[in-house]
Design a binder for this molecule. Sequence first.
Ligand code: ADP
Ligand code: ZN
Length: 784
Amino acid sequence: MSTGSRYLHTAVCSPPYRTLTYAVPPHLADISWAKGLRVIIPMGNSLRAAVVVDTNAEPPSGVECKEILWPLEHVPTTGEVFIDLAQNLSIRQMEPVGRILSNILPQKLRILPKHFLVNSGSSPRIVTLKELRGASVHEQEKLARLWAQNAMLPATGPGKLRTMVSLAVDPPWQLRPNAKREIAVMEYLFNRGTCSKPEMLATLGKNVGPAVNALARKEMLILREERDTPECSSPGQDFSFESCQLLCPSSEQSTALDVLSKDLERDEYCTRLLHGITGSGKTLVYHQLAARCLAQGKSVFLLAPEVALASALYASTRKALPTANVLLYHGYLATAARDAAFTQAACAKPTVIIGTRSALFLPVANPGLYILDEEHDESFKQEDRLNYQAKEIAYFLAKYHKALLLLGSATPDLKTFHAARSGALDTLTLSHRVGGGSLPAIRLIDTAGLKADEPLAPQSLDRLEEVIRSGGQAIIMLNRRGYAPLMYCLNCEQAVTCPHCRVGMTYHKARERLICHYCGYTLPFPTFCPDCGQNTFVPMGGGTEQLEEKLPSLLPENTSILRLDRDTTRRQERMDTILADFAAQKAQVLIGTQMLSKGHHFPEVRLVVAAEGDLGLNLPDYRAAERTFQLMVQVSGRAGRGDHPGEVFIQTRNPGHPFWQFVLEADYQAFYEREIGLRERFAYPPFVKLGLIRMNYPLDWPEGGQIILEMAKTLREAAKRSGLKLLGPAPAPLAQIRGRKRFQCLVKGKNWKDIRALYAQALRLQPNNGKLRLQLDLDPVNML
Ligand code: ADP
Ligand code: ZN
């Protein structure tokens, strides 16, 4: 290699996700190499797509360095900031940068082009990657000149046509029990949502192909052709502030807006907490602020924890800001739609991006405002695939772009509120409901005497009847989906449990199945008991599905009931319909899980019943009280948002518990004071940093337990030396999942670095037979 060569670090976006050094060949020396630029590199005998992560690398000593084959773009689609972000996450999560990038870049940016199209001479010609690789130096120099003139372009072909398959009907499905393949296809789609046919055949086997076609003929499935070459469609329209139909803000809203508008104008990074009680009109503040940000020529991120809430925000934003570019983005969009959004975000005019956590990874050029609504919600943390907390990503990006980060909630995360109290961020408060309405009156209903098969107390039923008869609407929240959490065999005197997880299997009546909510294992039901061969099952406990079945006989005749939970909303259209029908008062009662507790605005809801208020309060998790408080205040907040005052009945078996006092008064401050005292006393966040080291091993490896104990002994000593506290190992509350025994160690420390260092040591102690798996969860939201 001649001296003066340039070297680049590139992160490979496919396994094994390594970061490798490559030399820039002389004919590509003039390219403006930048962080984030996508390139083709040779690796072994194959070619890979990779991303430049460092443009001034040192040549590796002692080994020959391969050369970059070709760039894939002239300017990075993802700005430099995304590489910084990926590197930051890489350190934090102890994962390779390439793996992080593979999770945040859309598919089309992670794959190799099929070939290049070269426009020289009379007609364009195709240069395949193989030809490019085999070309002579002279030929490559010629191509490099064409590349520089924009006469050589990567092409993915005419855009692959893919057949997308989605469900057309909800369970129960009218299929014969022996139509095994058809049932498998329907179950697959129910669990996974819309997916491409090739992807499905790859998982279920090619021989389900005829079943797919048969189901489509029966109109139980929808097949749709989709082309995946989204181009930047429109440059977007011009935004005009005057055209917005914005309501006149209340005095509290104006005060908050004055402060926030000044923050926006300052062009400096700043975080604010908008603490506004339920129904205080936080959305109007978001809309007005968004309008101001767009008028400054900058984009806005407006994020919600769930798809349903994001969709509702999308609708209300389109209405409030009719001339703004508004883009909806969430993880449930099909691949092609996600790719299209990515392209559009990168090239559109100032836009309001509305979505869930993953929308933060859209490469918007000039963001000025990040809003996280319901900031306390745990769904802002992603736990599968890539681990990240959206609040931290938003903080990172807002700082980089000198933007304003606004966190909104009626029940802020205790950590956020603590930070505000300690002066790290300023709080704006909305303490009144708009239009002078008041918060609903809350009553505790003692259910100690209620029979197991009675979901609602007589008082709750009486009031439900009154509300329905007077033309109002009601919400019943039961935070447990399915028909019954346990099916009990009277003959064996035990419940059916998942063979892989040792937990009770939930009965889903419409799907005619018992399902393990932890690993997804299913059994057909009705069935005979696997132990005694009899059919003497009774359901124990109840879920939303059972409540929906029982309720009609308990309520006035012709009461119309809707149900909203993960089972009824597998199809996005279905979720939109349920919410729209309830808003249009086509039903009087909406039953659902915590999904319906937050955000939604149904002015005719006069009564909210929380069927099992204690559920979740006694979980082995330091956040159990905080979470239950947030849930109860949020769900209460759905009542009385219109002209009629609202009422809330919380059914509990333990009305004497001191916790309820805070809920009854919806007194966030008082709850905060008590809870923060406990956190300090028992050394929990925000007073310490918390990491959970999860360890699991297969059942057929009995020595696993002993090895964990020995590892923990070494770790405990190391922890002591670095001022950390290590608790455990203890069996996880769910001691077995998917046929693996689970243990965990809780680590408390002053900073993340020490906790990561301890985990790195755990990895070094890990036996290398692949049986023991370790995982580090920083600031875990799920301790089970
Ligand atoms: P939350 O703070 O719970 O998010 P919302 O933003 O959903 O409250 O507002 C509740 C209702 O009040 C909405 O219907 C909204 O249109 C209405 N609203 C908010 N601000 C005003 C206002 N200044 N004047 C009139 N109605 C308002
Ligand atoms: Zn299971």
